[in-house]
Ligand binder design. Structure first.
Ligand SMILES: Cc1cc2nc3c(=O)[nH]c(=O)nc-3n(C[C@H](O)[C@H](O)[C@H](O)COP(=O)(O)OP(=O)(O)OC[C@H]3O[C@@H](n4cnc5c(N)ncnc54)[C@H](O)[C@@H]3O)c2cc1C
Length: 357
């Protein structure tokens, strides 16, 4: 069986690795001149680590990334609102996005990877299975689901970068009025960070000025980073299906979500492994992936409502009080709700099998 994967981002490459693992012949078409990833950090959550384990790549990810145990949520003045113990038994691995992309890329033979190929329609693709992993603005999705709405501005803009450091910091998320920040330390002293602020799309804003009053070392991280990337945050309204004919939508092409749970790329890894574990059965893929990805999409939106979108002093005080009052067991439950996942077909620890039940 032959599959064509359109898009060589984290989702597309993970799909190629996974399908090859179950015996498919795969090629990947990428429109950019090179296979690569821009961006800063990615937190490989336990669910994503499980997907990498299935692909046989978790050890390599652990080697390149930094397992983080300590950390939590802070207010913009630096007060800790919540300390999080380990998420379940596994740790979040902090990685540079380029390293995660590289782990996947090196697992594929170069002769199946074609760059400078922009796919313009499904009909031109001769394969049993086509995987549209062509990102939030997916051209294939627009062709296959012409009535479905396109991406919608989520009301905030984000900046990301890697500060050279060296720093020794815990992993943290900071919630302030109309903004949030994340710190993801790499093992070598560098720190991946992101900040996001409620703002109109394309607003002319200087992140260094916006976050100047936030706790240390956030202002310094922003000011000392040579290359800062800006993304207006868009989300894709929920789709009625992830499949059409012989085509599967995957990753951001299927369910682009806000970044507030840090699960977008993790979901793409889950998609990839699921598609392979059901051996390209698209009805099963849709039945397994749509409820799961859309529930994380909703969770991410909710995290935004209680996070970045809180602005009035009264609401901020209430939200911060709620965080401080929350027992850590409940906080962990809130996180593991999204980061717990089993590969379909593998028997759960409770003995059930999601493919059978
Ligand atoms: C500010 C921000 C922070 C984030 N933080 C996190 C995080 O901490 N953790 C996390 O898990 N996720 C995070 N995400 C989400 C994550 O970045 C995405 O969900 C993930 O990268 C999607 O991967 P993908 O492969 O589906 O799409 P993409 O990475 O968009 O890849 C699509 C690829 O397809 C190619 N392509 C497009 N059209 C065509 C075509 N017609 N023909 C051929 N090739 C084509 C593109 O060039 C691209 O290489 C964040 C996102 C944002 C905006």
């Amino acid at each position: 069986m032959k599959a064509i994967v359109v898009g060589g981002g984290i989702g597309g490459l993970a799909t190629a690795v996974s399908l090859r693992r179950v015996g498919w012949e795969v090629v990947v078409y990428e429109r950019a001149a090179t296979f690569g990833e821009i961006g800063a950090g990615v937190g490989v959550m336990p669910n994503a680590l499980r997907a990498l384990e299935w692909m046989g790549l978790a050890d390599e990810a652990r080697r390149l990334g930094t397992p983080r145990v300590s950390g939590g949520v802070r207010a913009s003045d630096g007060r800790w609102l919540m300390h999080l113990p380990d998420i379940g038994q596994e740790k979040v691995i902090a990685m540079h996005r380029a390293d995660l992309h590289g782990v996947l890329l090196r697992a594929l033979p170069p002769e199946i990877l074609f760059n400078n190929v922009e796919v313009t329609g499904v009909d031109e693709l001769d394969a049993d299975l086509v995987v549209a992993a062509d990102g939030i603005n997916s051209r294939l999705r627009a062709e296959l689901l012409p009535g479905a709405p396109g991406p919608v501005y989520a009301g905030a803009t984000a900046w990301r970068g890697v500060a050279p450091g060296p720093y020794e910091l815990p992993i943290s998320q900071t919630l302030g009025p109309g903004g949030e920040a994340g710190i993801l330390p790499l093992g070598d002293g560098r720190v991946c960070w992101y900040v996001a602020a409620v703002a109109p799309a394309s607003a002319d804003l200087d992140p260094v000025a916006l976050f100047a009053g936030w706790h240390d070392p956030l202002p310094e991280l922003l000011a000392s980073t040579p290359d800062v990337i800006r993304h207006d945050i868009y989300e894709l309204p929920l789709l009625p299906t992830f499949v059409r004919g012989r085509v599967a939508l995957l990753g951001d092409a299927a369910h682009a979500m806000t970044p507030y749970l840090g699960q977008g790329a993790c979901m793409a890894l889950e998609d990839a492994v699921t598609l392979a574990s059901v051996d390209g059965d698209l009805a099963r893929y849709d039945a397994l992936r749509r409820p799961r990805a859309q529930s994380v999409w909703k969770g991410s939106r909710m995290a935004g409502k209680f996070g970045i979108e809180v602005r009035s002093p009264m609401a901020l005080a209430l939200r911060n009080f709620a965080f401080r009052a929350l027992p850590s067991s409940l906080a962990v439950h809130g996180m593991t709700r999204f980061s717990s996942w089993e590969v379909p077909g593998e028997v759960h620890s409770n003995g059930s099998n999601p493919l059978v039940n």
